[in-house]
Ligand binder design. Structure first.
Ligand SMILES: [Zn+2]
Length: 286
C-alpha cells in the first residue's frame, strides 16, 4: 500500500491492482484515512485482522492520532474483514444497514476463498460488522469536526455498496463503484444496470478527487473514461444484441475487442466475462 495525500488531512492508501496474494494480505484495493483533531477516520479495514498493524503503521507515519472510527464502504472482503482488529483497540465501526446486510450474506464464502490465498495470514479473522448499522441511504457524519456523508446512491459491484463524500475538500471515496487504471469486474452478485445508474448519480456530486476502489486516485473525467463509459458501453451494446436476438456467444465474440478500453489492466481476462455476465443479467430482465 502506498500512502497518497489527496487533500489536506485526507489520504488514500493505494493497494496494488493485481490479484489477491499472500504477500499483499489480499488488500488488492484502496483504503483511506482522514486525520482530525480527535482521531483518525479509517475508510475500510482490509481483508484480515493480520493486516491491521500494517494499516496502523501507514497511519502512524502521518499522524500520532489513534484510529477512532472505521467506515465500511462495502461488503467485499478487503473492505471490512479487518474490522475486529480496530474495534478491539477502541474504534467505532460505522456502516449503512444495507452494507451490513450484504456483509453478512457473503462473509462465509469470502473467508473460504481467503483461506486458499492467505492460509496462516487469515488466522484470527472473524467477521465483525458495525454493531449499530445506519438505517438510511444518506447519513451526515461529523467525526472529529470533519463533515462527511456516507451515501448509498444505488447498488453497484455489490448490493449495498456505499460512498464517503467529503464536501469541504471535494474528495469522494467511491469504493468499488469506481475502478481506475484496471478494468472493473461484473460478477453474478453485481447489478450491472444499477451500477451504470449509480455512476451517473455519483457524477452529480462533481468531486474534485475520486479515490476509486481500485487504481490510483484521479479526477471525475478519468472516472468517466475508465468506469462510467465502460458501464455505458456494456449496457448499450448488450441491449442492442438482445434487441437483435444475437446469441450470447456471438455477442461476446463480436465485442471482445474494444479498442477504447483495451488500455485498462486485466482487460483480456475480464472483458469477455463482463460481457457474458451483462448479457445474462439484461436477458433475465426481459
Ligand atoms: Zn474491491
Amino acid at each position: 500500500m502506498q500512502t497518497q495525500a489527496v487533500a489536506k488531512d485526507v489520504y488514500a492508501l493505494v493497494g496494488p491492482t493485481q490479484n489477491r496474494t499472500y504477500d499483499n494480505y489480499a488488500i488488492n484495493a484502496n483504503l483511506g484515512f482522514i486525520v482530525t483533531h480527535e482521531g483518525v477516520v479509517l475508510i475500510d479495514s482490509g481483508a484480515t485482522v493480520q493486516s491491521g498493524p500494517l494499516i496502523e503503521q501507514a497511519v502512524a507515519a502521518v499522524t500520532a492520532q489513534p484510529i477512532r472510527w472505521v467506515v465500511n464502504l462495502g461488503s467485499q472482503d478487503h473492505r471490512w474483514l479487518g474490522n475486529a482488529y480496530f474495534a478491539e483497540r477502541g474504534a467505532q465501526i460505522i456502516a449503512l444497514a444495507r452494507t451490513v446486510e450484504t456483509q453478512g450474506a457473503y462473509a462465509d464464502s469470502h473467508l473460504v476463498r481467503l483461506r486458499e490465498t492467505l492460509g496462516d495470514r487469515l488466522e484470527g479473522t472473524l467477521p465483525l460488522s458495525a454493531p449499530e448499522p445506519i438505517e438510511a441511504d444518506r447519513a451526515a457524519l461529523d467525526l472529529g469536526g470533519v463533515s462527511m456523508e456516507l451515501l448509498w446512491l444505488g447498488d453497484a459491484h455489490y448490493v449495498g455498496d456505499a460512498l464517503l463524500w467529503l464536501p469541504e475538500s471535494s474528495v469522494l471515496f467511491a469504493g468499488d463503484l469506481v475502478y481506475l487504471d484496471r478494468i472493473l469486474g461484473v460478477w453474478p452478485h453485481s447489478r450491472i444496470r444499477d451500477w451504470r445508474d449509480t455512476f451517473d448519480a455519483m457524477e452529480e456530486l462533481q468531486p474534485k478527487v475520486v479515490v476509486p476502489g481500485h487504481g490510483a486516485p484521479g479526477d471525475l473525467a478519468k472516472a468517466k473514461r475508465d468506469t462510467g463509459d465502460y458501464l455505458d458501453w456494456l449496457v448499450r451494446e448488450v441491449e442492442g444484441a438482445l434487441d437483435n436476438w444475437e446469441p450470447i456467444d456471438e455477442t461476446v465474440e463480436r465485442l471482445a475487442d474494444a479498442p477504447e478500453f483495451e488500455h485498462l489492466e486485466h482487460f483480456d481476462d475480464w472483458n469477455r466475462r463482463n460481457l457474458n455476465q451483462t448479457y445474462l443479467q439484461l436477458e433475465a430482465e426481459r
